[in-house]
Write a new protein. Structure first.
Length: 318
């Protein structure tokens, strides 16, 4: 049973349905963005069904593109738009965790890549394109845009992953997950800031900015947005209240966060198909207002995994 308080954001969510149920593939990490004409594009991770769910994303994930007239319309898959580059590159094997943003008429995609098909080499990269369907060009060509810290006492000395960008005034804030494997073994959230989207990202001195004390209390898959002058962080709960739902936190400055509330219920609450865990929450905004919540969920038509969409009906005080 959930012990946390349900946010107004959570209470205002209603199901639209599953999207991107693709035969022969696992689908994950559905990152939505509007284009200049109002169509909805989704960059998503996928990998072959025969590679399995638990490890296939580490070794065979690619990023594909789909488009629809609206978030509630059928999506058409146009194809693969981004892949690992092969031996010798930091992102040579798998690419995963896309998060896409339209800034000054260009599109920017933060993503996770690895070099050897294991968790240990996960790092964050950045690419850009004139159109969401590509072609995509790497800005983090020779090295990640956000690497690990060299000091093993740091919370992010093992991996950097789950990127989420917030363009806030004159700076770019890159929120990310790290697995503090060399210390307490927990997943925590950090922040790095740059004056330019493709510039040097400086890690915040108060990192990790989100961590939870107590056995098994951790989080991942953050999405950060700003509405009504306040900052909001939506993420997957990994034991704070539940392992099947999401958390929502509010902040006045995007650095110091209030107590977590329930951001969304488990998947079966909305889709009633026996699959309980949502991951990879991504908010689609229009004119700065949250409209839809995109997530990843196992199961679906082919018994693999797909995207899922919820309508956001109420937002203000969380």
């Amino acid at each position: 049973m959930l012990l946390g308080k349900r946010s107004a954001f959570c209470r205002g969510l209603t199901p639209v349905g599953r999207i991107l149920q693709l035969e022969g593939y696992y689908v994950w990490c559905c990152a939505p963005v509007y284009d200049g004409a109002g169509k909805v594009h989704v960059l998503f991770s996928r990998w072959p069904e025969e590679r399995g769910f638990l490890n296939g994303w580490l070794t065979h994930s690619e990023i594909a593109h789909a488009v629809a007239d609206s978030a509630e319309s059928p999506f058409t898959v146009t194809g693969t738009v981004f892949q690992g580059r092969g031996p010798g590159y930091w992102d040579g094997v798998t690419v995963h965790n896309p998060a896409v943003y339209r800034i000054d008429r260009r599109y920017y995609m933060f993503y996770m890549g690895n070099s050897d098909g294991t968790a240990a080499t996960q790092r964050i990269g950045l690419a850009w394109a004139e159109e969401p369907q590509g072609p995509w060009h790497r800005l983090s060509d020779q090295r990640p845009i956000l690497d690990i810290s060299a000091d093993r006492r740091a919370f992010d000395s093992y991996i950097t992953t789950n990127p989420a960008l917030l363009h806030d005034g004159g700076e770019f804030r890159l929120y990310y997950k790290a697995w503090d494997r060399y210390n307490d073994g927990k997943r925590k959230m950090g922040l790095a800031v740059s004056r330019e989207i493709g510039g040097e990202y400086v890690k915040h001195p108060e990192n990790p900015i989100v961590r939870f004390r107590g056995p098994g209390r951790q989080v991942e898959d953050t999405c950060v947005f700003k509405a009504g002058g306040r900052y909001y962080m939506l993420m997957r709960d990994m034991g704070v209240y539940s392992r099947r739902s999401g958390l929502l936190m509010e902040s006045a400055d995007g650095i110091h966060w209030g107590r977590p509330l329930i951001g969304y219920e488990k998947a079966d609450h909305y889709f009633h198909d026996g699959n309980n865990r949502f991951e990879r929450p991504q908010v689609l905004l229009r004119d700065g207002k949250p409209e839809y919540l995109f997530l990843a969920v196992q199961g679906g038509k082919y018994g693999t995994s797909s995207g899922g969409v919820l309508k956001i009906h109420e937002f203000g005080e969380v």
